[in-house]
Design a protein around this ligand. Structure first.
Ligand code: NAD
Ligand code: ZN
Ligand code: ZN
Length: 385
């Protein structure tokens, strides 16, 4: 089959690889009909999340059940499904406690320590050997382990585009808002107006936020946030400017909730880069630090942007002095997806309005390039195998 294969930093190619097959009784093989490129894929492309051997990438995918193992009784061949990006067993301590992304049974590199390069959380599709080493879904076919727990059937009448983002970015944005315990009327400042930041904005409104602000360094992405999620927008110039603006919009207090939907690959100056090399840090924690400043005292900071290393001089004193609730991790998609599918089906939310590019899988490398370099006003790329 054809698949998008990561070779090395800045080198991904569509090529022929072995077809996946059923390996365990709870496996399914899915014929992929639509798959997307995510900001998380860029961390692999850019070498921030390391991968040594070739691997098929892609954790946002959906398609048709082609084959099932004997242990899968809730799906049948021909079912149309969306697949959550975290791989989880459904039966372990954490799966039983609503934490599929901390599953004990899907990642051979799992452990309680959450180390820098080892003892990681649950496995993720197409997300390096650190996260289980499973091939991903930017491919014609993909093997889905624990297929009786993750995949959800798509109700009749919904297109791929309407439901594809239930695999990751909508539940991720939703998780950020849910962790912030939005009850109604809050001012929510979201750093990032990429796909995740925009989905967080849609989620905040659905939960009753009073005011939603997206911050980004790219004006065209802020324009998309405004159009698709009705956000107020701030163009990032520097940390002080953004903090001052958010305070001026909130009677000097700061936002009730700050969401970090950027992570370690925020824009960096030469000095930021030098500091990272000197301190052996991956990227920068600048956006998270800005969230700690821009949030009001006793507010919440929700982090869905990915961080992958220690950071020296992290301002933990602000967290303590201001009484901030800080939460972040990979989104537990499985616990939200059914409710979110219902919202889509009921027409309460539209997800496909952020798609700027639909390309054949053969052009996936080009899709990575324009998404990474923010060319051609690219916000979200959908690939068709
Ligand atoms: P993206 O790369 O398209 O978006 C990131 C955005 O941040 C870009 O629009 C960029 O211009 C902007 N940005 C850069 N520096 C900034 C700054 N200083 N201030 C404000 N904005 C800045 O990626 P995405 O797909 O939207 O994903 C965003 C983050 O969420 C990534 O780190 C990704 O890995 C992560 N993610 C996490 C989960 C999860 O489960 N926790 C799931 C999906 C994605
Ligand atoms: Zn993703
Ligand atoms: Zn589990």
């Amino acid at each position: 089959m054809k698949a998008l294969v990561f070779h090395k930093i800045n080198d991904v190619r569509v090529e022929t690889v072995d077809d996946p097959r059923i390996e365990e009784s709870r496996d399914a093989v899915i014929r992929v009909t639509s798959t997307a490129i995510c900001g998380s894929d860029l961390h692999i492309l850019d070498g921030f999340v390391p991968q040594m051997r070739n691997m098929v990438l892609g954790h946002e995918f959906m398609g048709v059940v082609e084959e099932i193992g004997p242990g899968v009784t809730n799906l049948k061949i021909g079912d149309r499904v969306v697949v959550p990006f975290p791989i989880a067993c459904g039966t372990c301590y954490f799966c039983n406690h609503q934490w599929p992304t901390q599953c004990e049974n899907s990642n051979s590199n799992y452990g309680p320590d959450g180390g820098f390069m080892t003892e990681k959380a649950a496995a993720l599709f197409g997300y390096t050997d650190l996260y289980g080493g499973y091939n991903g879904g930017q491919a014609e076919y993909v093997r889905v382990p624990f297929a009786d727990f993750g995949p959800r059937k798509v109700p009749d009448g919904l297109t791929d585009e309407q439901v594809l983002f239930l695999t990751d970015i909508f539940p991720t944005g939703w998780a950020a808002a849910d962790w912030a315990k939005i009850k109604g009327g809050e001012t929510v400042a979201i750093f990032g107006a990429g796909p995740v930041g925009i989905m967080a904005a849609k989620s905040a409104w659905l939960m009753g936020a009073g005011r939603v602000i997206n911050v980004d360094v790219q004006q065209y992405r802020l324009d998309m946030a405004k159009k698709s999620a009705n956000s107020e927008t701030i163009l990032w110039q520097d940390q002080d400017q953004v903090v001052e603006l958010i305070r001026s919009m909130t009677e000097g207090r700061g936002a009730d909730v700050c969401i970090d939907a950027v992570g370690m690959e925020a824009n960096r100056s030469f000095l930021d880069k030098a500091k990272a090399v000197f301190n052996a840090e991956k990227g920068t924690a600048k956006v998270l630090e800005t969230c700690l400043r821009a949030v009001r005292r006793a507010g919440v900071v929700s982090v869905v942007g990915v961080y992958g290393s220690p950071f020296d001089n992290f301002p933990i004193y602000r967290w303590f002095d201001k009484g901030i609730t800080l939460m972040g991790t990979q989104a537990p998609v499985q616990i939200y997806i059914d409710h979110l599918m219902q919202l889509v089906q009921d027409g309460k939310v539209k997800l496909d309005d952020i798609i700027t590019h639909t390309l054949p899988l053969e052009q996936a490398a080009y899709g990575y390039e324009i998404f990474k370099k923010k060319q051609d006003n690219c916000v979200k790329v959908v690939l068709k195998p």
